[in-house]
Ligand binder design. Structure first.
Ligand code: PLP
Length: 376
């Protein structure tokens, strides 16, 4: 089976993890602090914190910004549901916004429309743009809208470590940036997340919230505020430290692979059977999601490909289509996100795949599409 993706963990990384296991220092410590220093440099931010997951990063960002009951938070309707779940978990109201059909990211015009149309009792407080699959959201326009409406910006850059918009790293435009290091993401620590901010007070608050609200001073240890334990272990940080130097090279390979897929898929696209994802200069290509023609039965195609030993999946969810968000019907309409949810198909894609894998996938896809569409 050709898997959707496979984390690239080399012997150096395995040795680094083994060393931590032998040391006996397993929870957040020296490795975590070193990893944070490296991430700060990589992202060009004043403060970076490692946490237990991307969801933990988003949750802590909302808590640190004191977003909760009575607040409305604008969230793109096409994402992994964690982006909206965290808003519900702090008692705020998610407002689902349609995405751009080319970038798959929050559409600035739809955001404007959603803000104008908002009549709820909750007060608009924040937006959480998602850099979907490593394609940067239009941060120039989104930041301008946020400034005009006095909204806080939390960036969900879960898929976009190493991606950029006009040369600036995704996740460094808003008040707080959040990344994931789940194995499906470009850099993995098994589970893990990153928070970044240039605001020192926010960074201090985030650090306390991830660690029981604890503060250590010369006078002793105090619990400044109620907090959680969402720390990353040093076992995980050692893995991240060993892999981070390889990230830029991996992203270059991913850009080449996306380009290769684009060329191989061109005949099928020309036939109108599918469309390939839009490229962009700073794209980090965490996922390569094509969009199938309307009438094609996507879930049958996934099964057909599985029979040919190719693992594929839908790309991301429409939050509005999930039971968890049944109380938050989108207004205005989220037609593009629904379309991408129903017709998106993520193809096998990672740094260890080359032209052979891409050809194998496209050949299988042609075969399955030929059977399903009655052409070829
Ligand atoms: C993966 C992902 C998350 C969640 O990250 P975890 O580390 O799995 O908690 C959140 N948002 C988006 C857009 C994601 O892709």
């Amino acid at each position: 089976m050709l898997k959707l993706s496979r984390p690239a963990i080399d012997e150096t990384a395995i040795s680094a993890v083994a060393e931590v296991l032998r040391s006996g220092q397993l929870v957040y410590g020296e490795q975590g602090a070193r990893f944070e220093t490296q991430l700060k440099e990589f992202l060009g931010v004043r403060h970076a914190l490692v946490v237990s997951s991307g969801t933990a990063a988003l949750h802590l960002a909302l808590l640190a910004l004191e977003i909760g009951p009575g607040d409305a938070v604008f969230v793109p309707d096409f994402s992994f549901p964690a982006t909206g779940n965290v808003v519900c978990m702090v008692g705020a109201r998610p407002v689902l916004v349609d995405v751009d059909p080319n970038s798959y990211c929050m559409c600035p015009a739809a955001l404007e429309a959603a803000i104008s149309a908002w009549r709820g009792p909750e007060i608009p407080r924040a937006l959480i743009p998602v850099h979907e699959f490593g394609h940067a959201a239009d941060m120039t326009k989104l930041m301008a809208i946020a400034a005009r409406h006095d909204l806080t910006v939390i960036e969900d850059a879960a898929c976009a470590l190493g991606a950029s918009h006009n040369g600036q790293p995704c996740g460094t435009f808003g008040n707080i940036g959040c990344w994931s290091m789940h194995p499906r993401k470009t850099l993995t620590t098994g589970e893990g997340g990153i928070l970044a901010s240039n605001d020192e007070l926010l960074a201090i608050r985030l650090g306390q919230l991830r660690n029981h609200g604890m503060v250590r001073t010369e006078q002793g240890t105090f619990f400044e505020r109620p907090g959680l334990n969402l720390r990353l272990t040093d076992i995980q940080s050692a893995l991240g430290l060993a892999l981070l130097p390889r990230l830029t090279g991996w992203i270059s390979h991913r850009r080449w692979l996306a380009d290769t897929y684009g060329k191989l898929l061109a005949p099928l696209a020309k036939e109108g059977l599918l469309s390939v994802p839009a490229s962009a200069p700073g794209h980090s290509w965490q996922t390569y999601m094509i969009v199938l023609r309307r009438e094609l039965p996507r879930d049958d195609i996934i099964r057909g490909l599985k029979n040919l030993c190719i693992e594929t999946n839908l790309g991301a969810q429409s939050l509005a289509a999930q039971p968890a968000f049944r109380n938050f019907p989108p207004d205005p309409d989220t037609c593009h996100s629904r379309m991408l949810y129903q017709r998106g198909l993520a193809l096998p894609f990672c740094e260890s795949y080359g032209v052979d894998e891409a050809m194998q996938v496209v050949a299988a896809l042609s075969k399955v599409l030929g059977m399903k569409s009655g052409t070829a």
